[in-house]
Design a protein around this ligand. Sequence first.
Ligand code: GDP
Length: 198
Amino acid sequence: MQIKEAKFVKSSQKTDQCPKPDKPEYAFIGRSNVGKSSLINMLTGRKKLAKISGTPGKTQLVNHFLINDSWYLVDLPGYGYAKVSKSQRKSFGKLIESYIHTRENLMNLFVLIDSRIPLQKRDLDFMISLGEKQIPFSIVYTKTDKLKKTTYDKQIASLEEQLLEFWEELPSSFHTSAVTAKGRDEILDFIEEINKMW
Ligand code: GDP
């Protein structure tokens, strides 16, 4: 899929403030610093699109971007953000939970995992909860350019082994780099395919 147009629509504090669910929607989520803004910018080919999400105050919101006038790309708040209070963190959790469980046009959730670090309990717990609620999701391994191929392959094998303790089948996954644009076509083609079902 070619990205012809990508524009910021709005930031929402609550799910019921999100744009009308009249287009297919794909959301991106992960722990802070996982590379979410970089990935969104890489996918859309807009250097600063997701910058808005990084500005103070906007990180705790659901940010909607309209792509090619036909689907929404959603930047969800990062979970496990170290610099916020416990009560704030709890409210992110509520916002994320409410969004994920009630957004009827959510076609797929992309869960970002930093390929350089061992699987974190928070990420695992989050994915297990998605599985239980039958929310369709994919794993996006980020920053793949930072590891040598042999190290990377070992790391992914170990992550997958851990995941297979919980599921019989692994969710679909993408191997990406915001630096080399690896994985871009795969993710955009995946979205294009699902859009056809809308
Ligand atoms: P966010 O907090 O999840 O939005 O993360 P950012 O997109 O701001 O990225 C966090 C840090 O990781 C920044 O210093 C980025 O430059 C770096 N980064 C993100 N993606 C990649 C990548 O694919 N490769 C490399 N080498 N660095 C990355």
